[in-house]
Design a protein around this ligand. Structure first.
Ligand code: 5AD
Ligand code: SF4
Length: 471
């Protein structure tokens, strides 16, 4: 185990990645879950959500059944996120609750996995203060869950298995989809961009692309299984293939996936650095590639972008952005922004606001900068006060809300294409789904439309959602 170390981690890009097809196996003696239940709490990004779907499948193959109430489960797993301090705090808070639960029910097994498990500071804290925690494993050895659970239940001792290697690719892991009609499809793991604030290149390892044949085969199987929409997943999808092929990149993959005939394809997350004109061409050429792009800008100040190690300027971002808006019909573009990066001045922040005014994003996820141990930015002088950061976030969010509403209002009285996903949690007479531009919509219509892509007339537009009626 090591702490994240940028210099050391950066040496890694030429190391060989193993693609392992037979690494995951469940033998009969591993099936210890009969008459027992599990509960997984998932924090963080889509990558984690998909990892949880895999862990659910493994646990069910072991005989466990899912339990909605954590308090009643025999196995509790926390699939954690390390991206910001508050994600950390939530997990430690939850562990406090679970500790009490375990005092009442000493036979339950409690585990922690995901990105926090890849941090040495967290492992130290677990070893020193959380000796009662049964199981800890990292992002590189999810497939070992059945083996590790067996060991823990036999030995009744704390089991910590975290690889700090750069990562292999483990193929053929089962997963249980959260939604019948939609599926995540991993196309790559890890990240080699090393933005100075970000812990991901350390917790998720080196960038590793899956083989395109394996991805296409997975999509073909999903189609057979009734899946209508897939989201291709990676920290940096536009860099797909760069670590594996000479002449096969994201454009090629997107085209090959489009040709499978799956009805809807999304992809997240794009980095402005690698987004090519050919990508725009492919999005336009295939109707099943949705006109939706998540393109994190992080800041509108060139000075801050440089300190962040983003390797583009405000100007080059705006050029790419305008090209997308001009060339992709009805495109919806969303972004991520960090406020209060070390040394961000009022002037820098105003540059971000100005850029926001120019782009009028469909939506943005906004964050206050959070220092992560081991990243270069954590060592930079940070003289922006907490109050100032909060105030900047509020000012930015005003703009986010304003333009989210504005972009939704543009759809009023228009007909949009919607995948109906299910019944609204708030009202059983209302259906919910997403437009082809990734906007949440509440729909009046027949339940028989669940799982179908239908035309919906938009009759109301709010900041976070639309209302409509099936035509
Ligand atoms: N502090 C705040 N936000 C961060 N992000 C990544 N690292 C940090 C950090 N240390 C944000 C970025 C990224 C999104 C997933 O999380 O905006 O795009
Ligand atoms: Fe983190 Fe994304 Fe930058 Fe990779 S590209 S280092 S995941 S912010």
């Amino acid at each position: 185990m090591k702490t994240p170390n940028m210099l050391e981690a950066k040496k890694r890009t030429n190391n060989k990645v193993n693609i392992l097809y037979d690494e995951y196996k469940i033998t009969n003696d591993m099936k210890i879950g009969k008459n027992k239940t599990y509960h997984i709490k998932t924090y963080g990004c889509q990558m984690n959500e998909h990892d949880t779907e895999m862990m659910c499948a493994m646990l069910e193959e072991m005989g466990y059944t899912k339990c909605d109430e954590m308090e009643e489960a025999d196995v509790i797993l926390l699939n954690t996120c390390a991206i910001r301090e508050n994600a950390h705090n939530k997990v430690f808070g939850m562990l406090g609750r679970i500790k009490h639960l375990r005092e009442k029910r000493p036979n339950i097994i409690v585990g922690l996995c995901g990105c926090m498990a890849q941090e040495e500071v967290v492992i130290d804290e677990i070893k020193n203060k959380l000796k009662w925690l049964d199981l800890v494993f990292g992002t590189h050895n999810i497939h070992r869950l059945p083996v590790l659970l067996n060991e823990v239940s036999r030995k009744k001792e704390q089991e910590i298995e975290v690889y700090s290697k750069e990562g292999d690719i483990i193929e053929n892991l089962p997963y249980i989809r959260d939604n019948k009609f939609k599926s995540w499809v991993n196309i790559m793991y890890g990240c080699d961009k090393f933005c100075t604030y970000c812990i991901v290149p350390y917790t998720r390892g080196k960038q590793r692309s899956r083989k395109h044949e394996d991805i296409v085969r997975e999509v073909e199987n999903l189609i057979k299984d009734g899946v209508v929409e897939i989201t291709l997943l990676g920290q940096n999808v536009n860099a797909y293939g760069k670590d594996l092929y000479e002449n096969y990149g994201m454009e090629n993959l997107l085209e090959d996936v489009a040709k499978t005939g799956i009805q809807r394809i999304k992809f997240v997350t794009s980095h402005p650095w690698d987004f090519t004109d050919k990508m725009i061409e492919i999005i336009n050429k295939y109707d099943n590639v949705l006109p939706f792009i998540h393109l994190p800008v992080q800041s509108g100040s060139d000075r801050i972008l440089k300190l962040m190690g983003r390797r583009y300027t405000k100007e080059s971002y705006l050029t790419l952005f305008s090209k997308m808006r001009e060339q992709i019909r009805n495109v919806s573009i969303t972004t991520d922004i960090i406020v209060g990066f070390p040394g961000e001045t009022e002037e820098d922040f105003n540059e971000t606001l100005k850029l926001y005014e120019q782009c009028k994003f469909d939506l943005a996820y906004t964050f206050i900068y959070s220092p992560r141990v081991g990243t270069p930015a954590a060592k930079m002088k940070d003289d922006v006060s907490e109050d100032e950061k909060k105030e900047r976030l509020a000012r930015l969010n005003e703009k986010v809300n304003k333009y989210a509403l504005e972009s939704n209002k543009k759809l009023l009285n228009k007909t949009v294409s919607v995948l109906i996903e299910g019944i609204s949690e708030k009202d059983e007479n209302i259906l919910t789904g997403y437009t082809d531009t990734n906007k949440l919509i509440n729909v009046v219509g027949n339940k028989e439309n669940i799982g179908k892509i239908v035309n919906v007339k938009v009759c109301d537009a709010k900041t976070w959602s639309l209302d409509g009626i099936i035509e």
